[in-house]
Design a protein around this ligand. Structure first.
Ligand SMILES: Cc1cc2nc3c(=O)[nH]c(=O)nc-3n(C[C@H](O)[C@H](O)[C@H](O)COP(=O)(O)OP(=O)(O)OC[C@H]3O[C@@H](n4cnc5c(N)ncnc54)[C@H](O)[C@@H]3O)c2cc1C
Ligand SMILES: *[C@@H]1O[C@H](CO)[C@@H](O)[C@H](O)[C@H]1NC(C)=O
Length: 486
Protein backbone atom coordinates (compact mmCIF):
# COMPACT_ATOMS: atom_id res chain seq x y z
CA UNK A 1 0.00 0.00 0.00
CA UNK A 2 1.48 3.35 -0.93
CA UNK A 3 1.78 5.78 1.93
CA UNK A 4 -0.42 8.72 1.11
CA UNK A 5 1.07 11.39 3.27
CA UNK A 6 -1.40 14.08 2.42
CA UNK A 7 -4.30 12.11 3.85
CA UNK A 8 -4.76 13.01 7.50
CA UNK A 9 -4.86 9.67 9.30
CA UNK A 10 -1.71 7.89 8.10
CA UNK A 11 0.48 8.90 10.97
CA UNK A 12 -0.37 6.10 13.32
CA UNK A 13 -1.62 3.45 10.89
CA UNK A 14 1.53 3.63 8.77
CA UNK A 15 3.74 2.19 11.45
CA UNK A 16 1.41 -0.38 12.88
CA UNK A 17 -0.26 -2.00 9.85
CA UNK A 18 1.85 -5.02 8.93
CA UNK A 19 4.31 -5.03 11.78
CA UNK A 20 4.43 -7.93 14.22
CA UNK A 21 3.39 -6.89 17.72
CA UNK A 22 6.21 -4.88 19.18
CA UNK A 23 5.78 -3.77 22.79
CA UNK A 24 7.89 -0.70 22.15
CA UNK A 25 5.66 0.34 19.27
CA UNK A 26 2.73 0.09 21.66
CA UNK A 27 4.58 2.16 24.24
CA UNK A 28 5.07 4.87 21.65
CA UNK A 29 1.52 4.79 20.33
CA UNK A 30 -0.37 4.38 23.58
CA UNK A 31 1.91 5.86 26.22
CA UNK A 32 3.81 8.37 24.06
CA UNK A 33 7.07 7.10 25.49
CA UNK A 34 10.29 6.34 23.58
CA UNK A 35 14.08 6.43 23.75
CA UNK A 36 14.08 9.59 21.67
CA UNK A 37 11.50 12.25 20.96
CA UNK A 38 12.31 14.32 17.87
CA UNK A 39 10.52 17.60 17.20
CA UNK A 40 10.26 18.39 13.48
CA UNK A 41 10.08 15.92 10.58
CA UNK A 42 12.03 18.14 8.21
CA UNK A 43 15.45 17.57 6.70
CA UNK A 44 17.33 16.87 9.91
CA UNK A 45 14.54 15.32 11.97
CA UNK A 46 13.69 12.63 9.41
CA UNK A 47 17.34 11.75 8.83
CA UNK A 48 18.20 11.33 12.50
CA UNK A 49 14.95 9.44 13.18
CA UNK A 50 15.80 6.84 10.54
CA UNK A 51 19.45 6.62 11.56
CA UNK A 52 18.59 5.99 15.20
CA UNK A 53 15.62 3.77 14.44
CA UNK A 54 17.92 1.54 12.41
CA UNK A 55 20.25 1.32 15.37
CA UNK A 56 17.38 -0.17 17.32
CA UNK A 57 16.30 2.91 19.28
CA UNK A 58 12.63 3.52 19.86
CA UNK A 59 11.82 6.85 18.16
CA UNK A 60 8.88 9.27 18.26
CA UNK A 61 9.00 11.79 15.42
CA UNK A 62 6.65 14.74 15.90
CA UNK A 63 5.65 17.03 13.03
CA UNK A 64 3.14 19.86 13.06
CA UNK A 65 2.04 19.29 9.45
CA UNK A 66 2.55 16.18 7.35
CA UNK A 67 1.23 17.90 4.24
CA UNK A 68 3.73 18.41 1.43
CA UNK A 69 5.68 21.54 2.37
CA UNK A 70 5.57 24.29 -0.23
CA UNK A 71 8.70 26.34 0.41
CA UNK A 72 11.52 28.01 -1.50
CA UNK A 73 14.23 26.48 0.70
CA UNK A 74 16.36 23.33 0.57
CA UNK A 75 16.24 22.62 -3.14
CA UNK A 76 19.84 21.95 -4.08
CA UNK A 77 21.76 19.20 -2.34
CA UNK A 78 25.54 19.40 -2.74
CA UNK A 79 27.52 16.22 -3.56
CA UNK A 80 28.76 16.03 0.04
CA UNK A 81 25.12 15.94 1.12
CA UNK A 82 24.18 13.31 -1.44
CA UNK A 83 27.00 11.17 -0.11
CA UNK A 84 25.88 11.54 3.51
CA UNK A 85 22.28 10.79 2.50
CA UNK A 86 23.43 7.54 0.88
CA UNK A 87 25.50 6.62 3.91
CA UNK A 88 22.39 7.09 6.00
CA UNK A 89 20.72 4.54 3.71
CA UNK A 90 18.34 7.21 2.38
CA UNK A 91 19.75 7.56 -1.13
CA UNK A 92 16.51 6.40 -2.72
CA UNK A 93 14.72 9.49 -1.43
CA UNK A 94 16.26 11.23 -4.45
CA UNK A 95 14.48 8.84 -6.84
CA UNK A 96 11.10 9.48 -8.49
CA UNK A 97 10.95 13.15 -7.56
CA UNK A 98 12.07 14.47 -10.95
CA UNK A 99 15.38 15.52 -9.39
CA UNK A 100 17.92 17.20 -11.66
CA UNK A 101 21.64 16.41 -11.67
CA UNK A 102 23.92 19.27 -10.65
CA UNK A 103 27.53 19.11 -11.89
CA UNK A 104 28.77 22.41 -10.57
CA UNK A 105 28.27 26.12 -11.06
CA UNK A 106 28.59 28.84 -13.60
CA UNK A 107 29.34 32.28 -12.20
CA UNK A 108 28.59 35.20 -14.47
CA UNK A 109 30.26 38.51 -13.66
CA UNK A 110 28.86 41.46 -15.61
CA UNK A 111 27.90 38.96 -18.31
CA UNK A 112 31.29 37.21 -18.41
CA UNK A 113 30.94 33.54 -17.42
CA UNK A 114 33.34 31.22 -15.62
CA UNK A 115 32.73 27.49 -15.33
CA UNK A 116 33.18 25.92 -11.88
CA UNK A 117 32.62 22.16 -12.15
CA UNK A 118 32.78 19.96 -9.06
CA UNK A 119 36.28 18.48 -8.83
CA UNK A 120 37.07 15.01 -10.09
CA UNK A 121 37.00 12.08 -7.68
CA UNK A 122 40.12 9.94 -7.29
CA UNK A 123 38.65 7.41 -9.77
CA UNK A 124 38.13 10.02 -12.48
CA UNK A 125 34.35 10.28 -12.08
CA UNK A 126 32.77 13.55 -11.05
CA UNK A 127 30.59 13.96 -7.99
CA UNK A 128 27.03 15.10 -8.54
CA UNK A 129 24.57 17.12 -6.57
CA UNK A 130 20.80 17.00 -6.98
CA UNK A 131 18.17 19.69 -7.14
CA UNK A 132 14.45 19.16 -6.72
CA UNK A 133 11.23 20.50 -5.28
CA UNK A 134 11.84 20.70 -1.53
CA UNK A 135 8.38 19.41 -0.64
CA UNK A 136 8.68 16.23 -2.68
CA UNK A 137 12.05 15.42 -1.16
CA UNK A 138 10.81 16.00 2.39
CA UNK A 139 7.81 13.73 1.76
CA UNK A 140 10.21 11.00 0.63
CA UNK A 141 12.20 11.39 3.83
CA UNK A 142 9.01 11.24 5.90
CA UNK A 143 7.86 8.07 4.15
CA UNK A 144 11.28 6.54 4.85
CA UNK A 145 10.83 7.42 8.53
CA UNK A 146 7.32 5.92 8.59
CA UNK A 147 8.58 2.72 6.97
CA UNK A 148 11.17 2.30 9.69
CA UNK A 149 9.60 -0.06 12.21
CA UNK A 150 11.23 1.60 15.19
CA UNK A 151 9.94 5.05 14.32
CA UNK A 152 6.44 6.34 14.98
CA UNK A 153 5.49 9.59 13.25
CA UNK A 154 2.83 11.74 14.88
CA UNK A 155 1.20 14.88 13.53
CA UNK A 156 1.27 17.26 16.47
CA UNK A 157 2.70 20.68 17.35
CA UNK A 158 5.28 20.92 20.11
CA UNK A 159 4.57 23.88 22.35
CA UNK A 160 6.81 23.48 25.39
CA UNK A 161 9.49 21.37 27.01
CA UNK A 162 8.67 19.07 29.90
CA UNK A 163 11.39 19.64 32.46
CA UNK A 164 12.36 18.14 35.74
CA UNK A 165 12.91 21.47 37.43
CA UNK A 166 14.81 19.89 40.28
CA UNK A 167 17.71 18.55 38.17
CA UNK A 168 17.04 20.72 35.11
CA UNK A 169 16.65 17.72 32.85
CA UNK A 170 14.39 17.70 29.81
CA UNK A 171 11.97 14.75 29.90
CA UNK A 172 10.03 15.33 26.70
CA UNK A 173 7.71 17.83 25.08
CA UNK A 174 4.25 19.15 25.62
CA UNK A 175 2.27 19.24 22.40
CA UNK A 176 -0.99 20.37 20.98
CA UNK A 177 -2.78 17.77 18.83
CA UNK A 178 -5.81 19.23 17.10
CA UNK A 179 -6.11 21.83 19.87
CA UNK A 180 -5.82 19.23 22.67
CA UNK A 181 -2.90 19.00 25.07
CA UNK A 182 -0.66 16.02 24.59
CA UNK A 183 2.62 14.84 26.17
CA UNK A 184 5.53 12.87 24.71
CA UNK A 185 8.36 11.45 26.80
CA UNK A 186 11.86 10.37 25.83
CA UNK A 187 15.20 9.78 27.52
CA UNK A 188 16.52 12.20 24.92
CA UNK A 189 14.68 15.02 23.17
CA UNK A 190 16.04 16.28 19.85
CA UNK A 191 14.77 19.65 18.73
CA UNK A 192 14.90 20.10 14.93
CA UNK A 193 12.11 22.59 14.35
CA UNK A 194 13.89 24.69 11.76
CA UNK A 195 14.84 28.32 11.20
CA UNK A 196 12.08 29.86 13.30
CA UNK A 197 12.67 27.47 16.21
CA UNK A 198 10.36 27.90 19.14
CA UNK A 199 12.86 26.40 21.55
CA UNK A 200 15.99 28.29 20.60
CA UNK A 201 15.51 31.41 22.70
CA UNK A 202 15.84 29.93 26.18
CA UNK A 203 18.32 27.22 25.27
CA UNK A 204 20.88 28.66 22.86
CA UNK A 205 23.22 31.57 23.62
CA UNK A 206 22.97 33.17 20.15
CA UNK A 207 20.27 34.85 18.08
CA UNK A 208 20.00 34.59 14.30
CA UNK A 209 21.18 37.65 12.37
CA UNK A 210 19.37 38.46 9.14
CA UNK A 211 21.16 40.69 6.62
CA UNK A 212 19.04 39.97 3.58
CA UNK A 213 16.13 38.01 2.17
CA UNK A 214 15.91 35.67 -0.77
CA UNK A 215 12.94 36.38 -3.01
CA UNK A 216 11.97 33.39 -5.10
CA UNK A 217 10.13 32.75 -8.35
CA UNK A 218 9.54 29.53 -10.26
CA UNK A 219 10.43 29.82 -13.95
CA UNK A 220 8.92 27.46 -16.51
CA UNK A 221 10.85 26.05 -19.49
CA UNK A 222 13.87 28.25 -19.02
CA UNK A 223 16.97 27.58 -21.08
CA UNK A 224 19.98 27.89 -18.82
CA UNK A 225 23.29 28.97 -20.40
CA UNK A 226 24.98 25.97 -18.81
CA UNK A 227 22.48 23.14 -18.21
CA UNK A 228 22.90 20.95 -15.09
CA UNK A 229 24.73 23.73 -13.28
CA UNK A 230 23.76 26.25 -10.66
CA UNK A 231 24.08 29.82 -11.91
CA UNK A 232 25.26 32.78 -9.89
CA UNK A 233 24.71 36.16 -11.53
CA UNK A 234 26.90 39.01 -10.30
CA UNK A 235 26.78 42.64 -11.32
CA UNK A 236 26.32 45.97 -9.57
CA UNK A 237 23.79 44.71 -7.06
CA UNK A 238 23.31 41.74 -4.75
CA UNK A 239 23.71 38.19 -6.12
CA UNK A 240 21.10 36.17 -8.01
CA UNK A 241 20.94 32.38 -7.96
CA UNK A 242 19.34 30.20 -10.66
CA UNK A 243 19.08 26.41 -10.76
CA UNK A 244 16.73 23.83 -12.21
CA UNK A 245 14.45 22.04 -9.74
CA UNK A 246 12.57 19.80 -12.17
CA UNK A 247 12.45 18.89 -15.85
CA UNK A 248 10.48 22.03 -16.61
CA UNK A 249 10.89 24.13 -13.48
CA UNK A 250 13.76 26.43 -12.59
CA UNK A 251 14.16 28.35 -9.36
CA UNK A 252 15.46 31.87 -9.26
CA UNK A 253 16.43 33.31 -5.89
CA UNK A 254 17.09 37.02 -5.72
CA UNK A 255 18.98 38.35 -2.74
CA UNK A 256 17.71 41.68 -1.43
CA UNK A 257 19.62 43.11 1.53
CA UNK A 258 17.94 45.31 4.09
CA UNK A 259 18.14 48.94 2.90
CA UNK A 260 18.74 47.88 -0.71
CA UNK A 261 18.47 51.13 -2.71
CA UNK A 262 17.06 49.59 -5.88
CA UNK A 263 14.29 47.96 -3.82
CA UNK A 264 13.35 51.12 -1.92
CA UNK A 265 9.78 52.38 -2.02
CA UNK A 266 10.93 55.25 -4.20
CA UNK A 267 12.25 52.79 -6.79
CA UNK A 268 9.13 50.65 -6.84
CA UNK A 269 9.98 48.24 -4.02
CA UNK A 270 10.79 44.59 -4.67
CA UNK A 271 8.88 44.58 -7.99
CA UNK A 272 10.88 47.63 -9.10
CA UNK A 273 14.12 45.86 -8.19
CA UNK A 274 13.05 42.86 -10.30
CA UNK A 275 12.14 44.99 -13.32
CA UNK A 276 14.91 47.55 -13.25
CA UNK A 277 17.83 45.64 -11.81
CA UNK A 278 17.30 41.88 -12.06
CA UNK A 279 15.75 41.57 -15.53
CA UNK A 280 18.53 43.43 -17.40
CA UNK A 281 21.28 41.53 -15.57
CA UNK A 282 19.91 38.06 -16.35
CA UNK A 283 21.26 35.90 -19.19
CA UNK A 284 19.28 36.61 -22.36
CA UNK A 285 17.79 33.10 -22.47
CA UNK A 286 16.31 33.39 -18.98
CA UNK A 287 14.55 36.74 -19.45
CA UNK A 288 11.32 35.60 -21.18
CA UNK A 289 10.41 33.07 -18.48
CA UNK A 290 11.45 35.51 -15.76
CA UNK A 291 9.13 38.16 -17.20
CA UNK A 292 6.29 35.65 -17.38
CA UNK A 293 6.84 34.54 -13.76
CA UNK A 294 7.01 38.14 -12.60
CA UNK A 295 3.72 38.91 -14.29
CA UNK A 296 2.13 35.93 -12.65
CA UNK A 297 3.31 37.51 -9.42
CA UNK A 298 3.96 34.48 -7.20
CA UNK A 299 6.91 36.11 -5.46
CA UNK A 300 7.83 34.62 -2.11
CA UNK A 301 10.56 35.45 0.36
CA UNK A 302 12.58 33.87 3.14
CA UNK A 303 15.04 35.46 5.56
CA UNK A 304 18.70 34.57 5.04
CA UNK A 305 20.00 34.02 8.53
CA UNK A 306 23.32 33.52 10.19
CA UNK A 307 23.44 31.60 13.46
CA UNK A 308 26.80 30.38 14.78
CA UNK A 309 26.94 26.86 16.22
CA UNK A 310 26.84 26.14 19.95
CA UNK A 311 27.40 23.12 22.22
CA UNK A 312 24.55 21.19 23.83
CA UNK A 313 24.57 21.73 27.60
CA UNK A 314 21.11 20.85 28.84
CA UNK A 315 20.73 17.28 30.12
CA UNK A 316 18.22 15.32 28.06
CA UNK A 317 18.07 17.71 25.13
CA UNK A 318 19.90 18.41 21.87
CA UNK A 319 19.08 21.20 19.41
CA UNK A 320 20.21 20.66 15.82
CA UNK A 321 19.54 21.57 12.19
CA UNK A 322 18.63 25.17 11.42
CA UNK A 323 17.41 25.56 14.99
CA UNK A 324 21.07 25.46 16.15
CA UNK A 325 23.19 26.63 13.20
CA UNK A 326 22.48 28.60 10.00
CA UNK A 327 24.46 30.21 7.22
CA UNK A 328 23.51 32.22 4.12
CA UNK A 329 21.87 29.87 1.56
CA UNK A 330 23.95 31.30 -1.32
CA UNK A 331 26.09 28.16 -1.36
CA UNK A 332 23.21 25.71 -0.74
CA UNK A 333 24.87 24.11 2.26
CA UNK A 334 22.12 23.71 4.87
CA UNK A 335 20.95 20.21 3.97
CA UNK A 336 24.52 19.00 3.51
CA UNK A 337 25.21 20.15 7.06
CA UNK A 338 22.03 18.46 8.30
CA UNK A 339 22.75 15.05 6.73
CA UNK A 340 26.38 15.02 7.78
CA UNK A 341 25.38 16.02 11.30
CA UNK A 342 22.80 13.23 11.40
CA UNK A 343 25.42 10.73 10.28
CA UNK A 344 28.02 11.86 12.80
CA UNK A 345 25.52 12.12 15.64
CA UNK A 346 24.21 8.61 15.03
CA UNK A 347 27.79 7.32 15.15
CA UNK A 348 28.67 9.15 18.35
CA UNK A 349 25.41 8.20 20.06
CA UNK A 350 25.29 4.62 18.77
CA UNK A 351 24.20 1.92 21.26
CA UNK A 352 27.85 0.78 21.45
CA UNK A 353 28.97 4.26 22.52
CA UNK A 354 25.98 5.18 24.69
CA UNK A 355 23.89 2.10 25.59
CA UNK A 356 21.15 4.15 27.26
CA UNK A 357 20.14 7.78 26.74
CA UNK A 358 19.14 7.87 30.40
CA UNK A 359 22.83 8.38 30.99
CA UNK A 360 22.62 12.10 30.23
CA UNK A 361 26.22 12.69 31.30
CA UNK A 362 27.47 10.27 28.67
CA UNK A 363 25.27 11.93 26.05
CA UNK A 364 26.57 15.41 26.87
CA UNK A 365 30.13 14.17 26.80
CA UNK A 366 29.59 12.78 23.30
CA UNK A 367 27.96 16.05 22.29
CA UNK A 368 31.17 17.89 23.08
CA UNK A 369 33.03 15.56 20.73
CA UNK A 370 30.26 16.09 18.19
CA UNK A 371 30.56 19.89 18.43
CA UNK A 372 34.24 19.82 17.47
CA UNK A 373 34.25 16.92 15.04
CA UNK A 374 31.44 18.27 12.85
CA UNK A 375 33.51 21.38 12.17
CA UNK A 376 35.81 19.59 9.70
CA UNK A 377 32.93 20.02 7.31
CA UNK A 378 30.43 22.44 8.79
CA UNK A 379 32.89 25.21 9.63
CA UNK A 380 33.86 25.25 5.95
CA UNK A 381 30.26 25.45 4.80
CA UNK A 382 29.41 28.13 7.36
CA UNK A 383 32.43 30.35 6.74
CA UNK A 384 32.40 29.92 2.97
CA UNK A 385 28.73 30.86 2.72
CA UNK A 386 29.13 34.00 4.82
CA UNK A 387 32.44 35.17 3.32
CA UNK A 388 31.34 34.51 -0.26
CA UNK A 389 28.09 36.33 0.37
CA UNK A 390 29.98 39.39 1.61
CA UNK A 391 32.04 39.41 -1.59
CA UNK A 392 29.14 38.68 -3.92
CA UNK A 393 26.92 41.33 -2.34
CA UNK A 394 29.84 43.81 -2.34
CA UNK A 395 28.58 47.18 -1.17
CA UNK A 396 31.83 49.13 -0.86
CA UNK A 397 34.98 49.73 -2.93
CA UNK A 398 37.19 47.25 -1.05
CA UNK A 399 34.61 44.50 -1.29
CA UNK A 400 34.20 45.16 -5.01
CA UNK A 401 37.97 44.81 -5.38
CA UNK A 402 37.77 41.46 -3.59
CA UNK A 403 34.79 40.39 -5.71
CA UNK A 404 36.69 41.17 -8.89
CA UNK A 405 39.75 39.35 -7.53
CA UNK A 406 37.62 36.32 -6.70
CA UNK A 407 36.17 36.10 -10.20
CA UNK A 408 39.57 36.61 -11.89
CA UNK A 409 41.04 33.98 -9.55
CA UNK A 410 38.45 31.44 -10.77
CA UNK A 411 39.43 32.32 -14.34
CA UNK A 412 42.97 31.12 -13.62
CA UNK A 413 41.58 27.57 -13.42
CA UNK A 414 43.38 24.52 -12.00
CA UNK A 415 43.24 24.14 -8.23
CA UNK A 416 41.97 27.71 -8.04
CA UNK A 417 38.68 26.30 -9.27
CA UNK A 418 38.80 22.68 -8.20
CA UNK A 419 39.57 23.31 -4.53
CA UNK A 420 37.06 26.11 -3.97
CA UNK A 421 34.40 24.03 -5.73
CA UNK A 422 35.40 21.00 -3.62
CA UNK A 423 34.84 23.13 -0.50
CA UNK A 424 31.47 24.30 -1.78
CA UNK A 425 30.49 20.74 -2.68
CA UNK A 426 31.16 19.55 0.85
CA UNK A 427 33.84 17.16 -0.39
CA UNK A 428 37.06 18.81 0.81
CA UNK A 429 37.01 18.68 4.59
CA UNK A 430 39.97 20.75 5.65
CA UNK A 431 39.13 24.29 6.80
CA UNK A 432 42.70 25.44 6.14
CA UNK A 433 42.13 24.96 2.41
CA UNK A 434 39.37 27.56 2.65
CA UNK A 435 41.51 30.03 4.58
CA UNK A 436 44.35 29.56 2.09
CA UNK A 437 42.19 30.30 -0.97
CA UNK A 438 40.42 33.19 0.67
CA UNK A 439 43.61 35.06 1.44
CA UNK A 440 45.18 34.16 -1.90
CA UNK A 441 42.12 35.73 -3.53
CA UNK A 442 42.67 38.86 -1.42
CA UNK A 443 46.33 39.12 -2.44
CA UNK A 444 45.48 38.43 -6.06
CA UNK A 445 42.82 41.16 -5.97
CA UNK A 446 45.37 43.66 -4.68
CA UNK A 447 47.96 42.52 -7.22
CA UNK A 448 45.50 43.01 -10.09
CA UNK A 449 44.86 46.59 -9.01
CA UNK A 450 48.54 47.36 -8.74
CA UNK A 451 49.13 45.93 -12.21
CA UNK A 452 46.30 47.94 -13.71
CA UNK A 453 47.44 51.22 -12.16
CA UNK A 454 49.69 53.72 -13.91
CA UNK A 455 53.26 54.02 -12.64
CA UNK A 456 52.35 57.04 -10.52
CA UNK A 457 49.38 55.34 -9.00
CA UNK A 458 51.12 52.08 -8.13
CA UNK A 459 52.28 53.27 -4.67
CA UNK A 460 48.75 54.52 -4.00
CA UNK A 461 47.33 51.12 -4.94
CA UNK A 462 49.89 49.47 -2.69
CA UNK A 463 48.64 51.51 0.27
CA UNK A 464 45.05 50.92 -0.80
CA UNK A 465 45.91 47.22 -0.79
CA UNK A 466 46.45 47.33 2.96
CA UNK A 467 42.86 48.51 3.27
CA UNK A 468 41.65 45.73 0.98
CA UNK A 469 43.56 43.11 2.92
CA UNK A 470 42.23 44.43 6.21
CA UNK A 471 38.72 44.26 4.75
CA UNK A 472 39.33 40.61 3.85
CA UNK A 473 40.38 39.92 7.43
CA UNK A 474 37.25 41.65 8.69
CA UNK A 475 35.05 39.69 6.30
CA UNK A 476 36.24 36.24 7.30
CA UNK A 477 37.69 36.80 10.79
CA UNK A 478 34.49 36.98 12.82
CA UNK A 479 33.17 33.78 11.24
CA UNK A 480 36.40 31.93 11.94
CA UNK A 481 36.32 33.12 15.55
CA UNK A 482 32.73 32.03 16.01
CA UNK A 483 33.73 28.53 14.91
CA UNK A 484 36.53 28.41 17.46
CA UNK A 485 34.20 29.01 20.41
CA UNK A 486 32.85 26.17 22.51
C1 LIG B 1 15.91 30.80 0.98
C2 LIG B 1 16.62 29.56 1.41
C3 LIG B 1 17.10 28.67 0.45
C4 LIG B 1 17.79 27.53 0.84
N1 LIG B 1 18.29 26.71 -0.12
C5 LIG B 1 19.02 25.62 0.24
C6 LIG B 1 19.58 24.77 -0.75
O1 LIG B 1 19.43 24.98 -1.95
N2 LIG B 1 20.30 23.71 -0.33
C7 LIG B 1 20.50 23.43 1.00
O2 LIG B 1 21.17 22.46 1.32
N3 LIG B 1 19.95 24.21 1.94
C8 LIG B 1 19.22 25.29 1.60
N4 LIG B 1 18.66 26.07 2.57
C9 LIG B 1 18.79 25.66 3.98
C10 LIG B 1 17.89 24.46 4.28
O3 LIG B 1 16.58 24.71 3.86
C11 LIG B 1 17.91 24.16 5.77
O4 LIG B 1 19.24 24.14 6.23
C12 LIG B 1 17.26 22.83 6.12
O5 LIG B 1 15.94 22.77 5.64
C13 LIG B 1 17.29 22.66 7.63
O6 LIG B 1 16.64 21.50 8.02
P1 LIG B 1 15.90 21.41 9.43
O7 LIG B 1 15.46 20.00 9.56
O8 LIG B 1 16.72 22.01 10.49
O9 LIG B 1 14.63 22.37 9.28
P2 LIG B 1 13.35 22.18 8.35
O10 LIG B 1 13.70 21.41 7.15
O11 LIG B 1 12.77 23.53 8.19
O12 LIG B 1 12.38 21.28 9.23
C14 LIG B 1 11.75 21.72 10.39
C15 LIG B 1 10.48 20.93 10.57
O13 LIG B 1 9.97 21.17 11.88
C16 LIG B 1 8.57 21.33 11.80
N5 LIG B 1 8.17 22.10 12.98
C17 LIG B 1 8.45 23.40 13.23
N6 LIG B 1 7.96 23.75 14.43
C18 LIG B 1 7.36 22.64 14.95
C19 LIG B 1 6.68 22.38 16.18
N7 LIG B 1 6.52 23.33 17.12
N8 LIG B 1 6.18 21.14 16.39
C20 LIG B 1 6.35 20.17 15.45
N9 LIG B 1 6.99 20.37 14.29
C21 LIG B 1 7.50 21.59 14.04
C22 LIG B 1 8.36 22.03 10.48
O14 LIG B 1 7.03 21.87 10.02
C23 LIG B 1 9.39 21.33 9.60
O15 LIG B 1 8.86 20.18 8.99
C24 LIG B 1 17.97 27.24 2.22
C25 LIG B 1 17.48 28.12 3.17
C26 LIG B 1 16.82 29.28 2.78
C27 LIG B 1 16.33 30.22 3.83
C1 LIG C 1 14.41 -2.03 15.42
O1 LIG C 1 15.10 -2.25 16.62
C2 LIG C 1 15.50 -3.58 16.84
C3 LIG C 1 16.20 -3.67 18.20
O2 LIG C 1 15.48 -3.05 19.19
C4 LIG C 1 16.45 -4.01 15.77
O3 LIG C 1 16.81 -5.36 15.96
C5 LIG C 1 15.80 -3.83 14.41
O4 LIG C 1 16.74 -4.10 13.41
C6 LIG C 1 15.26 -2.43 14.24
N1 LIG C 1 14.42 -2.38 13.06
C7 LIG C 1 14.70 -1.66 11.96
C8 LIG C 1 13.69 -1.73 10.86
O5 LIG C 1 15.68 -0.98 11.81
Amino acid sequence: MPLMLDSPSVATSATSSNAPLDPREERRRLHHDADIVIVGAGIFGCAIAVAMGKQGRSVLLLERSLKTPDRIVGELLQPGGVRALRELGLGECLEDIDAVVCKGYEVSYYGEPVHIPYPQNADGTRPEGRSFHHGQFVQKLRVAAMRCLNVTVVETTAVDLIKDNYVGQVLGVECSTGGKKDYFFGSLTIIADGYASKFRKENIPHNPVVRSKFWGLELIDTVLPCPFHGHVVLSDGPPILIYQIGTRETRILIDIPENCASASVKNGGVKGHMQNFVLPSLPESVRPSFKAALEEGKLRSMPNSYLPPSTARIPGMIILGDAMNMRHPLTGGGMTVAFNDALLLSQLLSPEQVPSFDNTKAVLKQMKTFHWRRKNLTSIINILAMALYSLFAADDAHLRTLQNGCFRYFQLGGIRVSEPSGLLAGIIRNPLVLVYHFFTVALYAIWLRICAASLFMKPVELVNGIGVFWKAVMVIGPYILSELRA
